[in-house]
Design a protein around this ligand. Structure first.
Ligand code: AMP
Length: 285
């Protein structure tokens, strides 16, 4: 596995790959790898000649009061896990390498961001879209892999790829969970032991909602109430949002039909957790 820290070397490496006609699978991450990231890497390994992993905690996508400084980092561990997962190139640039001067152009996301995390984290998806535009240009992958754990991000990247004509296939990978249902996340390490015990209730609430749809419930408000009630009864977390929308458009839909997403964000003492479930309403019987 090659470790590359400069954009110039990365571009040279990728040019060499392309001239040999190799397909490239790209997995962008913020590091502190876990089984979720590894699953994305394995998918990329299956489909492509070359697998590129980027590890970059992107300051642009963190708000002023968010956890950029204390976001967990452990590049030695990431290197080891990446090697084991069959990564060919690990791109690990510094903030100065990626943003040597204030940006003169920034990507602003207009659709699919007035709800969910976009609403409670203003500017977050602009930061995501901007760094991905840079990374896509640097790596020029054949395919890019994203986790459905961040379903809104998948919807935004779908728009970015289409609108800016990136010749990249977007691959959305299902959420990887702990045995008790908690979605794997780098931020789970910030849960207290007590909160860690409560946290699987988030997924259970989503499963209850799915079950209710299966049993004929079509009112988004009823689904929302059910999820809120379950989380409030079973955790001490503070609900940031519980929303039900069409997916990937993220528009209100009542009565429920087509493909929908039930998405939640809950604040615990030192970690804000997100999770979601997508349901094909008509085929959920
Ligand atoms: P992050 O490092 O949190 O920015 O995540 C990098 C990529 O891994 C994103 O596409 C995430 O959606 C994906 N990812 C994170 N956690 C999971 C998970 N539990 N299951 C599947 N994909 C995940």
């Amino acid at each position: 596995m090659k470790i590359v820290t400069t954009i110039q070397e990365m571009q040279q490496q990728m040019k060499a790959c392309r001239s040999q006609g190799k397909t490239v699978g790209f997995v962008p991450t913020m590091g502190y790898l876990h089984e979720g990231h590894i699953t994305l890497l394995k998918e990329a390994r299956k489909d492509n000649d070359v697998v590129v992993l980027s590890v970059f905690v992107n300051p642009l996508q963190f708000g002023p009061n968010e956890d950029f400084d204390r976001y967990p980092r452990d590049i030695a561990r990431d290197e080891k896990m990446a090697k084991e997962a069959g990564v060919d190139i690990l791109f690990y640039p510094s903030v100065e390498e990626m943003y040597p001067r204030p940006l003169s152009v920034q990507v602003i996301v207009k659709e699919r961001v007035d709800v969910l995390c976009g609403k409670s984290r203003p500017g977050h998806f602009d930061g995501v879209a901007t760094v991905l535009t840079k990374l896509f240009h640097i790596v020029m992958p054949t395919r890019a892999y994203f986790g459905m754990k961040d379903a809104q991000q998948v919807a935004v990247v779908d728009g970015l790829i289409r609108d800016f004509n990136f010749p990249i296939e977007l691959v959305a990978v299902p959420t990887v969970r702990e045995a008790d249902g908690l979605a794997k996340s780098s931020r789970n390490v910030y849960l207290s032991p007590e909160e860690r015990k409560e946290a699987p209730a988030l997924y259970r609430a989503l499963q209850k909602a799915q079950e209710a749809i299966k049993n004929g419930e079509r009112e988004p408000a009823a689904i929302r109430d059910l999820v809120i009630d379950y989380i409030q009864t079973n955790t001490n977390g503070v609900i940031d949002y519980v929303e039900v929308y069409s997916y990937p458009e993220l528009k209100p839909v009542a009565p429920l039909s087509g493909k929908i997403i039930i998405a939640i964000a809950v604040r615990f003492t030192n970690a804000r957790l997100i999770d979601n479930i997508t349901v094909d309403v008509e085929s959920s019987y």
